[in-house]
Design a protein around this ligand. Structure first.
Ligand code: ZN
Ligand code: ZN
Length: 495
């Protein structure tokens, strides 16, 4: 009985938290202060970026992204000097050199023959600058325009109201593969664009599904690039994937077994070709063809954007509109049967396609995945791309180039320390003036002063913690509104 009551309380607390914009699933920690011996309970916001998981935290994450987008878009000074070069990757979402064995310019020396050439575009002199050029207007004012660009994928079959008119002839295989490999095509695009534009082009971009479920890219680009160049680059960009063939299933019933070091044929015990051996075989086949080739669709949308204009504001909201939603839920407002069946079919298609070099599905095609280990079963790859809520888009949804903003690693750390400090402070553990202690300052003996341990909260603990957070939020709001009213009444009085 008691359990039921506390469970109902927990459900109500969750609804209340969502209505009040407070984290709905806080993480509970026990904090021991080794200097004073005091033990306290602290609730940390879950920090989810998914609206379906926690609307409050996802909303916060989205606002942070909007700020990041705005900070870098129209900047006039080079952010390079401010970036800590050793840790630059931590401050950006641009992928580190991805695991590209067998694809494009991988590290494999023997693959040189297969290296993907840059598309044939006019060469321009390259400059190191990342900021756009300045134009002087007739009014004598300076303009530093930037751009907002949308790139799409080609057609896989006729679409009506977000679903194929003829599912049987819709190319689900190509649609699924293109979605999986979309980020790699984007890498090619940025490389090519930098060469063709002649400067170190920076971007803040979001990958989102269109209603037909094909991913497309919205990108804020710093600096102006002639439309003709953008169109040329988009049309010339292509991706060749030099993977082993995966159009013939070899193992569907009895699956390859793990020998302790390799995967072997379940009947003969013969070890399957390793990933590197499979790639060598491609190299040694004179008329080998890439396993997949992809390009953008013909549709490209280009807008010039000038700082501070309504267009810029609108574009930032647009760029971040869907980043907190799961791919399959992005167009959930159309809960119609045809669209849901379309989602189901694409999801089914994704089950046995390889999501990467390391995908368990390679075993289905008689190849050991790259860095294979025990426990792999085709059709049950752990890669996010296969899941229904991701529909091929297993990677990051927001992609930001390294020199977009000048946030240093130290500043990110400071942001994090701020979160911890606020949590300790609100729990009454430390006074605001001792804030530096929260950021892991060692105790007298040189060890960290605070010991953090997770607590498994039951329903009533959970409800209690959420109610406290809601009460605090309400108190802040009242204080803020009072302060604002006082200010307004003062400014209304003539001096
Ligand atoms: Zn949360
Ligand atoms: Zn996979």
């Amino acid at each position: 009985m008691l359990t039921t009551v506390s469970r109902i309380t927990a459900v109500m607390a969750k609804e209340l938290a969502e209505a009040e914009g407070v984290c709905a699933r806080p993480l509970l920690r026990r904090v021991t202060d080794r200097d004073t011996g005091k033990v306290s309970r602290v609730a940390l916001a879950c920090g989810s970026t998914r609206e379906a998981v926690c609307p409050a935290c996802a909303g916060k994450a989205r606002r942070l992204r909007m700020q990041q987008c705005a900070e870098g878009w129209h900047r006039a000074d080079e952010p390079e000097a401010a970036v800590d070069p050793g840790h630059a990757s931590v401050t950006s979402d641009e992928p580190e050199t991805p695991d590209t064995a067998g694809i494009n310019e991988g590290r494999r020396i023997r693959s040189t023959r297969r290296r993907q050439d840059m598309p044939d575009l006019p060469h321009v002199p390259m400059s190191n600058r990342t900021v756009g050029v300045v134009f002087s207007g007739k009014d004598g004012r300076e303009h530093r325009p930037s751009m907002f660009v949308t790139l799409t994928l080609p057609s896989y079959g006729a679409i009506q109201d977000g679903a194929p008119t003829s599912p049987a002839s819709y190319n689900y295989r190509r649609a699924a593969l293109d979605a999986i490999l979309f980020p790699r095509l984007l890498d090619q695009f940025w490389k090519t664009l930098r060469r063709a534009a002649g400067f170190d082009v920076q971007y803040f971009s979001a990958v989102e599904p269109q209603r037909r479920l094909a991913p497309h890219l919205h990108a804020a680009i710093r600096g102006a690039i002639p439309r003709k160049v953008l169109r040329q680059v988009a049309a010339a960009t292509y991706l060749q994937v030099w993977w082993p063939a995966f159009d013939q299933a070899v193992y569907t019933d009895k699956l390859p077994r793990w020998t302790g070091t390799d995967y072997a044929d379940p009947m003969t015990g013969e070890v399957l070709p390793s990933w590197d051996e499979a790639l060598d075989a491609i190299d040694n086949t004179p008329d080998a063809r890439p396993a997949h080739v992809m390009r953008f669709g013909a549709q490209i949308d280009i807008q010039g954007i000038v700082r501070g204009q309504p267009d810029a504001e609108r574009a930032i909201r647009y760029l971040t509109k869907y980043i907190t939603k799961d791919v399959a839920a992005t167009h959930d407002d159309d809960q119609d049967h045809r669209h849901q069946s379309h989602v189901d079919r694409l999801h089914r298609e994704l089950r046995y396609l390889p999501c990467s070099e390391r995908c368990a599905n390679w075993l289905r095609y008689g190849i050991q995945p790259h860095h294979a280990g025990p426990g792999l079963a085709p059709g049950f790859c752990a890669g996010k791309a296969h899941r229904r809520e991701h529909l091929g888009l297993g990677g990051r949804r927001v992609l930001v180039s390294r020199k977009w903003s000048s946030k240093t690693l130290a500043r990110h750390r400071a942001d994090r320390a701020e979160v911890v400090r606020a949590a300790l402070e609100s729990a009454g553990i430390i006074a605001p003036e001792t804030e530096r202690l929260a950021a892991g300052v060692p105790a007298a003996d040189g060890h960290a002063r605070f010991i953090w341990e997770p607590i498994e909260g039951d329903h009533s603990t959970y409800a209690e913690v959420v109610m406290l957070a809601v009460a605090e939020r309400r108190r802040w709001r009242t204080e803020y509104e009072t302060a604002r009213d006082i200010q307004q009444s003062r400014s209304a009085v003539p001096p």
